[in-house]
Design a binder for this molecule. Structure first.
Ligand code: NI
Length: 185
């Protein structure tokens, strides 16, 4: 599927809750398969339905060896339907993020350090997970997409914005040192 980019109004709309009947439908099951395939092809850490032009509360998170963030801890494929996020403490972490819908740019965003995510899986069964550090940031980023929020809206400082190339050259080393407790071991 084609990933849409910033400026497309669908990225700014709150996505609609998915009913149990919709979730069982072949259309929505196919959408989930396509989100998984599209994320894998693009190498992001996750992908939300609005990013492929579908305003439904569905997102996938997966960090494998091919993901473009080499330092993020691996995360098995997780399909989130109607997810909600609850911070488990007030503690936050400033994470340098990118987004497939904001091509070329990365920037610093403040995220809750520890969160609980509640969701339905693709079969409609309730799921719950606790995430920390960079992984917690990934889940917050994807759920933000379902509220029409992009990481740019949460920048701690617009001067942290950089292209991927310049970040690799000037910012990555210091960032990885700062978030070392949370990187892939
Ligand atoms: Ni994104």
């Amino acid at each position: 599927m084609r990933i849409t980019t910033i400026g497309d109004p669908v990225l700014r709309e709150p996505a609609a809750v998915v009913s149990p009947e919709e979730l069982r439908s072949p259309e929505v099951q196919r959408l989930i398969d396509e989100l998984i395939e599209t994320r894998r092809a693009a190498g992001g850490a996750g992908l939300a339905a609005p990013q492929v032009g579908v305003s439904r509360r569905i997102a996938v998170v997966e960090v494998d060896d091919a993901t473009r963030y080499r330092y993020k801890p691996l995360v098995p494929l997780t399909v989130l339907v109607n997810p909600s996020i609850e911070p488990l403490s007030e503690e936050t972490l400033v994470i340098n993020e990118g987004c497939l819908s904001v091509p070329g740019l990365r920037g610093d965003v403040e995220r809750y350090l520890r969160v609980r995510v509640e969701y339905l899986d693709r079969d409609g069964a309730p799921g719950e997970l606790v995430a920390e550090g960079l992984t917690a940031g990934t889940f917050q980023h994807e759920v933000d997409h379902l509220h029409g929020v992009l990481f740019l809206d949460r920048l701690v400082d617009t001067r942290s914005l950089a292209t991927w190339e310049q970040f690799a050259r000037h910012g990555e080393q210091a960032f990885l040192a700062r978030v070392a407790p949370y990187t892939r071991s």
